[in-house]
Write a protein that binds this ligand. Structure first.
Ligand SMILES: *Cc1c(COP(=O)(O)O)cnc(C)c1O
Length: 396
């Protein structure tokens, strides 16, 4: 008799959603069903594959129009975008930057590139992202305001910014988080790498602070092969982002002059061409992914010991990666479920190892991380490619 969690039952449910004819199913595959070939051929035909060409400008314009942010600056990857956001926000060596313990390594790496120290904060289960109320109570206890801003009274270091991350596309509760930022004089920088197409209270994620970062890595909702973008509503910051990511070259037809040490982070034109074709398909990707999430939600209703993660109230998620949470009492079954599904050719994976457990960050400051630790034990991502949710696929 089945009284609780049953991994065979979970596998059955996943298979019922994915249809049965497929072979192996990966976690997230890109879809290239639009103008990708035409635009890339145009790059090849004209020779404009690298640092000059029209697709970069167009991609930046498309991103700005889609997100409602004034300016987008395309860069080589999302990590570089985060790095530039942090530098432009004035993060300096020995500052502390608050980031969720539950995130991809890029968030913590970007902080480290600035010589700053990541300070790990907890999540709430509802959003899988930063818990603003728990953060406020924590900052109340450990910070003191000084002339140059908020300081950690335990370490003496300045706490300059918080970088919330919209996990799997589900928006963080931004209104109360912004309230915390104002109260403690901390800047908000969104890691929106996973949340292109996700909205909080009708406004796009990545449009809530001065600066935010997107990623177009191969597994993201749209891809440029590798790529990212800095988003900002501040024209001057956008110009500085452009300058910092293009070796600080002073524009001139033939002279090579650079006015500061900067980065070669510019997105090549051939990658931007892919991005332009992908942006045209965003509405279709979003619809397919939403449909897939609805199929999963319906299929997992009433399945014991496990629940399907849905978008938080007030938000519209892109459902980039679908996720399940196993009830705490059955966490010992997680690895068995991972083994069973992966052995059956259905790719699933656990949450990232929490940042404070990684060898280079064990000494970093952190708050009580009990919710992130619980999510780490219980979370499983399941196949989420857009094509899995297309009408023609799931009904065939
Ligand atoms: C993908 C991702 C990034 C950026 O990764 P790149 O591979 O450098 O584009 C940053 N943060 C999070 C949370 C991500 O998922």
């Amino acid at each position: 008799m089945i009284t609780g969690f049953n991994r065979e039952a979970v596998l059955d449910v996943i298979q019922s959603v994915l249809s049965r004819e497929h072979g192996a199913v990966s976690l997230h595959e890109p879809s290239f069903n639009g103008n990708e070939w035409a635009y890339i051929k145009e790059c090849l035909d004209t020779g404009w594959v690298s640092s000059v060409g029209g697709f970069v400008d167009r991609f930046e314009t498309d991103l700005a129009a889609y997100t409602g942010v004034k300016r987008a600056v395309a860069v080589v990857n999302g990590t570089a975008a985060l790095h530039i956001c942090l530098l432009l926000a004035g993060i300096q060596a020995d500052d502390e930057v608050l980031i969720p313990a539950l995130t991809f390594i890029a968030t913590a790496n970007a902080v480290s590139y600035c010589g700053a120290i990541p300070h790990f904060i907890d999540c709430e289960e509802r959003t899988l992202g930063v818990d603003p109320h728990k953060l406020a109570m924590y900052l109340e206890k450990i910070t003191v305001q000084q002339a140059d801003g908020c300081h950690n009274r335990r370490t003496g270091r300045r706490i300059k910014a918080v970088v919330p991350m919209h996990t799997f596309g589900h928006p963080v509760d931004l209104d109360p988080l912004l309230e915390v930022c104002r109260h403690f004089c901390i800047e908000l920088i969104e890691d929106a790498a996973e949340s292109l197409g996700s909205f909080y209270k009708g406004r796009h994620t990545g449009n809530w602070g001065r600066l935010s970062a997107l990623s177009f890595n191969g597994n993201k909702i749209i891809t440029t092969g590798g790529g990212g973008a800095v988003l900002t509503n501040d024209e001057e910051l956008a110009e500085r982002a452009k300058h910092l990511t293009t070796t600080a070259k002073v524009p001139h037809r033939w002279e090579f002059k650079h006015d500061m040490v900067a980065f070669n982070y510019r997105l090549p034109n051939i990658n931007a061409a892919l991005g332009c074709a992908q942006m045209e398909q965003m509405p279709g990707f979003l619809a397919s992914k939403r449909r897939l999430s609805e199929l999963y939600l319906a299929a997992f209703k009433g399945v014991a010991g496990i629940s399907f993660v849905t978008e938080p109230a007030g938000a519209s998620s892109n459902y980039w990666l679908n996720a399940l949470l196993i009830d705490e009492e059955f966490v010992t079954e997680r690895d068995n479920l991972l083994a069973l599904t992966n052995n059956m050719g259905i790719m699933t994976r656990p949450a990232w190892t929490l940042m404070h457990r990684l060898p280079m960050f064990v000494e970093s400051p952190c708050m009580d991380l009990s919710v992130a630790e619980s999510l780490e034990r219980r979370l499983i991502n399941i196949p989420s490619s857009a094509f899995l949710g297309r009408d023609t696929y799931a009904t065939s």
